[in-house]
Design a protein around this ligand. Structure first.
Ligand code: SF4
Length: 322
């Protein structure tokens, strides 16, 4: 690991320009050990007053330093936003959730194996050098929104649930603002090293949840083993039904793109309809109409279809297919 200076910030203003911020460090320390991240100065913000969950309008304000385990166990989150609690508990291990923070979870980097291997070409790690995944081993890579320069996925679970819930990211800096979680992560295009809307000199201070939605919430994650594995595919669903018809549907998919993937046409196709196998097949076809794959990750297309349909069945109470 490259030597670095350590600074314990006393406030948000006490963060020098160009410094790398550390809180839980669950991803950053890995990146530093691999020398993918080589900060000159590391600024520790872990003790700042950003670790509260408090009411905000009709929803909740989650401080950026709230630990994943505390957020998952919070009684209001469990009662009103269960998809968030379930997504958090589906991620990482207990030890990691005890350290990982809300802000850091949003900022975690891809787990593309070539990104972590300094001997290979990677446009995300070293812009303009190429992409070793193209023509290499593709498995946990994107089926939506990829580019010739990068096919990596965003690996987190929490943001998938937050996207379906319509949450926003609160950003502090020269231009304070809120950005919908659904728009926070960027598709790779020809700048895969630019992963979020966070600009230099900015910091995430909170995530804002809107008022809770009446209805059913589900998070379904498919992975290679039962715990401590990133999603091959996942689906977060927030579904409202009135008199046997779907009146509101929010769906976000994880493990399939550089951001939690939503498709407004797919969601709109469900509204006003009664749950049925035919409807859910149609919705899945809409979701997958823009999917593309290579040999190694082609399995994700039927896997996402089945996972989406199973999640919709579960959320709407449709009896399992015989
Ligand atoms: Fe790097 Fe993206 Fe290619 Fe992976 S897919 S090697 S992260 S450029």
């Amino acid at each position: 690991m490259k030597p670095f200076a350590y600074h314990r910030a006393q406030s948000l203003r006490d963060i020098p320009d160009g410094a790398t911020i550390i809180a839980g460090g669950t991803n950053l320390l890995d990146l530093m050990k691999h020398e993918i991240a080589t900060p000159n100065t590391l600024v520790d913000i872990s003790h700042l007053d950003l670790n509260r969950i408090e009411p905000e309008a009709d929803g909740l304000r989650i401080g950026a330093l709230v630990r994943n385990s505390d957020l998952a166990a919070d009684p209001v989150i469990r009662r009103d936003y269960p998809v968030l609690s379930r997504a958090l508990l589906a991620g990482a291990s207990g030890q990691l959730r005890n350290m990982a923070t809300t802000g850091g979870n949003l900022m975690q980097r891809t787990r593309c194996p070539y990104f972590y291997d300094l001997r290979t070409q990677c446009n995300k790690r070293a812009p303009g050098t190429g992409c070793a995944a193209m023509g290499g081993v593709i498995r946990n890579h994107a089926i939506f929104g990829a580019s010739p320069d990068c096919v990596a996925t965003y690996p987190g679970d929490m943001a998938v649930a937050l996207s379906a819930l319509g949450a926003e990211v609160e950003i502090a800096g020269p231009d304070p603002r809120r950005v919908p979680v659904a728009d926070f992560h960027l598709l790779p295009g020809n700048t895969p090293h630019v992963e979020t809307r966070l600009r230099p000199g900015e910091i995430i201070t909170a995530v804002i949840l809107p008022a809770p939605v009446t209805g059913e919430q589900r998070y379904r994650k498919v992975r290679d083993r039962a715990s401590f594995a990133f999603a091959l595919v996942s689906v977060a669903a927030v579904i409202t039904m009135v008199d046997g018809r779907i009146t509101r549907a929010a769906l976000a998919c994880g493990g399939v793109a550089a951001k939690p993937w939503r498709d407004p046409e797919c969601e709109a196709a469900l509204v006003g309809r009664e749950p049925s196998d035919a409807l859910f097949e149609q919705a899945a076809s809409l979701m997958l109409r823009s999917a593309s794959s290579q040999e190694g990750n082609a399995f994700k297309i039927p896997l996402l279809r089945r996972t989406l349909i199973a999640t919709l069945r579960d959320a709407t109470g449709l009896e399992p297919a015989p």
